[in-house]
Ligand binder design. Structure first.
Ligand SMILES: *Cc1c(COP(=O)(O)O)cnc(C)c1O
Length: 383
């Protein structure tokens, strides 16, 4: 069994991907070729944001977003400590300080109720992460930001395709950033990413920063980076978009299969009913994670931990971070474990994983559950 079955996904889109790649090789415009603008237009349409700017990776998207907003040394950016390191890394690279607010133990997303107390005169942005594919509490976060005149960057690296109150992830705040890392819900076959915004000034800034701050050839109006996404990777995403809605639906099916088998028997990272998750990960919360994980691995079932150490406790960041100690993030880092997931995980596969998990975690699947699906792990709509 694969943790995320990229081979099956490739086989399903093999022909479309082949055609798209061949067409790039034929026209030969490897940098900023026509597929770049075509993809940007398609993704802007999909999310509803006015602008999409493709960039070299999800990390680059976050960095360019902060640069476009003018984040400088001495500034503070409020974010979550429970994410991939890139979220805090780009803040520190600009000489700013990540100020970590603790997370909600039910969802592992930033606890919006803890943000406002951390706003200071130096705060320049709020950067929530839509972890495991589930949008953070963006309404509450946008309201706090509006009270203080701050922009909000959604780190939507894991949540492309998710819905929140009638809108798409990446179009829920000032700027949304996503990643096309191969294992993300919409992946390419290398590195890639994109920024989304409906602000014309920020979009222009991001486009210039992406190409070394150029406003015209060899005129460098601002500081920039080498941050383009190459044409071949854009072509691959275009090909994979054809099956994306189907794949999202299949992720929902696999997630519902897990919910039915595990809900009430194992603690789950919850999903609010007022939004959909792109289900980049399906994650459980275990007291004896190391033992359960070793048992599953011995049975050939791969699992992963996202993330074993919260960012404020990482050696390179402990000294740099601001904010409170974030005990919930510390606890969840010790307990979370993600199960095999993806559009090509069938119900039999989900059952095999769930049964092994329940056996290893000390429970077992009651006979009734084998027939009748149980209600899912849904949380009520957030207040
Ligand atoms: C994957 C990821 C990133 C970085 O994306 P890359 O394309 O790998 O640079 C940033 N933030 C989060 C939450 C991620 O999961």
């Amino acid at each position: 069994m694969e943790f995320i079955d990229l081979k099956a996904q490739y086989q399903a889109s093999r022909e479309a991907i082949g055609h798209r790649i061949q067409s790039v090789l034929d026209h030969g415009q490897y940098i900023m070729g026509p597929e770049v603008a075509e993809l940007e237009e398609r993704l802007a349409d999909y999310t509803g944001a006015r602008h999409c700017i493709t960039v070299a990776s999800g990390t680059e998207a976050l960095l360019i977003a902060l640069m476009a907003l003018g984040v400088e040394p001495g500034d503070e950016v409020i974010t979550t400590p429970f994410s991939f390191i890139a979220t805090a890394e780009v803040i520190v690279l600009l000489g700013a300080t990540p100020v970590f607010a603790d997370i909600d133990p039910a969802t592992c997303n930033i606890d919006a109720g803890q943000i406002e107390a951390l706003v200071t005169p130096r705060t320049r942005a709020i950067m929530p992460v839509s972890l495991y594919g589930q949008p953070a509490d963006m309404d509450e976060i946008n309201a706090i930001a509006a009270r203080h005149g701050l922009p909000v960057i959604e780190d939507a690296a894991q949540s492309f395709g998710a819905n929140y109150h009638g809108r798409k992830s990446c179009n829920l705040s000032t700027i949304g950033c996503t990643s096309f890392f191969p294992s993300k819900p919409l992946g390419c076959y290398g590195d890639g990413g994109a920024l989304f915004t409906s602000d014309d000034v920020l979009a222009r800034a991001a486009r210039e920063i992406r190409v070394h701050g150029q406003s015209r050839r060899y005129v460098h109006t601002r500081l920039g980076v080498g941050g383009r996404m190459d044409t071949l990777q854009c072509a691959i995403v275009l090909a994979k978009l054809e099956r994306f809605e189907w794949e999202l639906a299949q992720r929902q099916r696999a997630g519902a299969a897990y919910d039915a088998l595990l809900s009430g028997r194992v603690r789950l990272v919850g999903r609010h009913r007022d939004r959909s998750s792109a289900l980049a990960q399906y994650t459980v919360v275990l007291d004896e994670r190391e033992r359960v994980q070793a048992t599953l691995h011995a049975r050939g079932i791969p699992t992963a931990v996202h993330y074993p150490v919260p960012m404020h406790q990482q050696p390179a960041y402990a000294r740099l971070a601001g904010g409170p100690p974030c005990p919930v993030a510390v606890e969840m880092a010790a307990k979370v474990m993600s199960l095999p997931m993806g559009p090509y995980l069938d119900d039999a596969g989900a059952r095999q994983v769930a049964e092994a998990l329940l056996a290893a975690a000390g429970g077992s699947l009651p006979a009734a559950a084998q027939a009748a699906p149980l209600p899912g792990a849904a949380l009520p709509a957030s207040p």
